[in-house]
Design a protein around this ligand. Sequence first.
Ligand SMILES: [Cu+2]
Length: 331
Amino acid sequence: MAFSALIVLATCLVSQVLAHGGVVSYTIGGQTFTGWQPYNDPSSQSSIERPYSSYDPILSATASTISCNNNGQASAHQLTTSVPAGTQIVAHWSQWTHAQGPVMVYMAKCPGSCTAANSATLDWFKIAETGLISGTLPSGVWGTGQVMDTLSYTTSIPSSLAPGEYLIRHELLALHQANTPQFYPECAQLTVTGSGTKTPSGSYLVKFPGGYSASDPSININIYTTEAASTTTYKVPGPPVWNGGAIACTSLTTSSGSCFLQPLMELGIVDRIAMGFLYSLVLQLDIPLVTIRIRTQANALNLTVFHALNIHAGPPAQGSSHRASSNINPS
Ligand SMILES: [Cu+2]
């Protein structure tokens, strides 16, 4: 009894020291880049990731370190890597222990060299987010739950993004403690290349600090209330995701128009028959599909149709009677 209690105590101590997490490497276009290692000697480190001091969370939505962690500015031997727009980038964590909360990825253009840029002064835009994927707030599947399982998060640099030096910021927001959000942001430096011409503007841009409010109900949240136990939606904080300037239809209709299907259309829970129908509709409309993702959710399937980004909408397919239009948002 005493012995097992000792083991429990030892486990607690270890988890106290090693809890939380941070990005420790990146795979960019298949090539691995070692990131900052907060528990190694900082003076000899050289990486594309900016320095951060520990795996500990930032506990304020408006902390001065919320942009790129503590201290988040370029290191003495800071590296930047070249990456063509459209390239896949995978962030890796060596450990992560919290299953509730969203994952968000932001980028910010540096006015000149990123190494000289203060991350707190830049205009950040969100390129990806994964919030509550299924289930309820306390027990559902979240983006950070997937990071706990895979210790990675995969996204792509928008293919239309104009070339230049950018910071990329991966952030985990842990919500397991009631009304005590924990922010885990880390940044890396990229030189985006290619022939893209798009940059987001206006409502897509935020500063950090500034992009989050401590009173945001998605940030100051208690996921253990009776109401939360039956809540199956969650609005990821921050600005909307910038989709690279692609045309986005926000609904599928049968009226004539210049937009067929929205780029990321959550069709919700459908049974197999409906899924088959939708798939044939998509084929009939000759929509350039990138992926059809099917995930099991109880006895149903959730179908997501990805439309190729940056496709220019043209006239409806010849002879097709099914057309989608409305709310075209070029950005
Ligand atoms: Cu933690």
